[in-house]
Write a protein that binds this ligand. Structure first.
Ligand code: PAF
Length: 301
């Protein structure tokens, strides 16, 4: 595995490697990131991972300075996972000019964007730059950052980028907590509390799948339960999966998205609502469970 920091050396190395699959990251890699590498490797392309803590996507007062930087450990994990090349530029290599063009995505002021002004412009800008630098055939992003994935797919479509975007299911700890580099900020008691977010989303999704149609009541129930356990809730919203807008008569699939703070740590999570097929035979409950589990594990293209 090669570790490169400069744009010129990256371009030279890629010449002999294309077509490649790109795994963009900010480092401090966990099992979810490694699953992304394994997934693109299974597709047969050489894999390039980028590690760059992107200042453009952090707002004033956010955790850019303290975001964990663990390049040596990250490279060891990537090498063990069979990654071919790591691109880890510094800020000057990515943003060499003081005045920086930025991509302005739609929905940038909604959901997480409402609480993190400028965040999605920063994400779209760095990902577009990484796409231009690496020119991958395939790139992969996790569903934990659901709005990010949604916007990056729209960017690829609308800018006619010849890149296939793969989506990866959220990797979770055994207790359901979505894996995130920011989980490292949680104190022990907060880490014990943190899985409540997914448990509540899962329960609300099950109620909606079973026919509950008062989405505001579902959002309110999750919000109230989190608040009662000391969370500061930013939002809990049921949205149309195809638009990330409020559901309408035309809605075919739903997702519940949430962001909330435990102490100083901001956690996000989401769950797609998949209506369970009605049981038809004694064995059907098991089948339903198996179907739901495999739907969770499945990689949607
Ligand atoms: O999801 C992330 O880690 C980042 O937002 C990304 C896509 C690597 C862009 O900096």
């Amino acid at each position: 595995m090669r570790l490169l920091h400069g744009v010129a050396e990256l371009r030279a190395a890629l010449a002999g490697l294309r077509p490649v699959a790109l795994v963009p990251t900010m480092g401090n890699l966990h099992d979810g990131h490694i699953a992304l590498v394994e997934q693109v490797r299974a597709g047969g392309h050489p894999s390039v991972a980028s590690i760059f803590v992107n200042p453009l996507q952090f707002g004033a007062g956010e955790d850019f300075q303290r975001y964990p930087r663990t390049l040596d450990a990250d490279c060891a994990r990537l090498e063990a996972a069979g990654c071919d090349l790591v691109f880890a530029p510094d800020v000057g290599a990515m943003y060499p000019e003081p005045q920086t063009f930025q991509v302005q995505p739609p929905l940038a002021d909604e959901l997480c964007g409402a609480f993190r002004p400028g965040h999605f412009a920063g994400v779209a800008t760095v990902v577009l730059k990484l796409f231009n630098l690496v020119q991958p055939a395939v790139a992969i992003f996790g569903k934990k950052d659901y709005q990010q994935l949604f916007l990056l797919k729209a960017m690829v479509r609308q800018f006619n980028l010849p890149i296939r975007i793969l989506e990866a299911e959220t990797a979770r700890a055994a207790d359901g907590l979505a894996l995130s580099s920011r989980n490292a900020y949680l104190a022990a008691a907060e880490r014990d509390e943190a899985p409540r977010l997914y448990r509540l989303l899962d329960a609300a999704a099950a109620r909606i799948a079973a026919g509950a149609r008062d989405f505001a009541a579902q959002e309110g129930a999750v919000t109230a339960e989190l608040a009662a356990h000391g969370w500061q809730v930013e939002y809990v919203l049921v949205r149309d999966r195809a638009t990330l807008q409020a559901p309408t008569e035309a809605t075919r699939g739903l997702v519940i998205l949430a962001a909330a703070r435990l102490g100083r740590t901001r956690l996000i999570d989401n769950i797609e609502v998949h209506p369970a097929p009605p049981p038809t035979s004694p064995g059907s409950l098991d089948q339903t469970r198996r179907r739901r589990a495999s739907a969770r594990d499945r990689v949607l293209r």
